[in-house]
Design a protein around this ligand. Structure first.
Ligand code: 5RP
Length: 219
């Protein structure tokens, strides 16, 4: 058990409203959140999951999983991140669920990011930037990414929930996250890039190893 992740996950429970429909992300911190939610006694109308793994975990703690097409806009989305800067712009997609995560984040009025203290960075880009790609476009997209100045690495054998592949891009120093998000998303064959800057988080809850948390607004 990672005390910092659990602390951030438990702190997020304070923002969850009984009877609401919640968006829930993917990864080990999101898993901590689902476990805490299941034990909390909070009664949701249901949840929208950003991955098949999260869908199964939600069901395992007795939470009904709903289709985003039937819910309308969500009040709140809670998810982890691989990196977060002071503007609450994120790199996500370490687990390969970035497109569904971006969809659910985009459909939510509020996005709370939960993370351990290792995820806070000054400049995004040390974590290899994940990009979800249509399989037949993989080599073409990789060549276009090299032109942008990075070193893309094919995540061998990893087919995600959308049957797409992931390129992990090394060597980007991301000084203008919104611009790079738009540029990469415009490459034909890219489904989405794991930069969450156009829809950044609204609140960042950082957990520490001693069980304490910091709560940051953007800025
Ligand atoms: C999955 C994600 C995760 O939120 C991200 O990889 C963080 O994972 P963890 O909570 O396990 O550190 O974007 O696609």
């Amino acid at each position: 058990m990672n005390t910092a992740k659990v602390a951030a996950a438990k702190a997020a429970l304070n923002h969850v409203i009984d009877g609401s429909i919640l968006g829930v992300g993917s990864g080990s911190t999101a898993d901590c959140f689902v476990d805490a939610l299941g034990a909390s006694g909070i009664k949701l109308q249901g949840a929208v999951a950003s991955s098949v793994a999260t869908e199964m975990r939600l069901k395992s703690v007795g939470i009904e999983v709903l289709d985003l097409n039937s819910t309308g806009p969500l009040d709140l989305y809670i998810d982890g991140a691989d990196e977060a800067n002071a503007q609450l712009e994120l790199i996500k997609g370490g687990g390969g669920s970035l497109t569904r995560e971006k969809i659910v984040a985009g459909a939510s009025n509020q996005f709370i990011c939960i993370a351990d203290n290792t995820k806070r960075v000054e400049t995004l880009g040390t974590f290899p930037l994940p990009i979800e790609v249509i399989p037949m476009a993989r080599s073409f997209v990789a060549r276009e990414l090299v032109k942008l100045g990075c070193d893309p690495e094919y995540r061998e054998g990893a087919i995600n929930d959308n049957n797409n592949v992931i390129l992990d891009c090394h060597g980007f120093e991301i000084n203008e996250p919104k611009a790079l998000e738009q540029t990469i998303n415009a490459i034909p064959g890219v489904v989405t890039v794991g930069i969450f800057a156009l829809r950044s988080a609204d609140l960042l809850i950082i957990g520490h190893d001693d069980g304490s948390v910091d709560v940051d607004n953007a800025g």
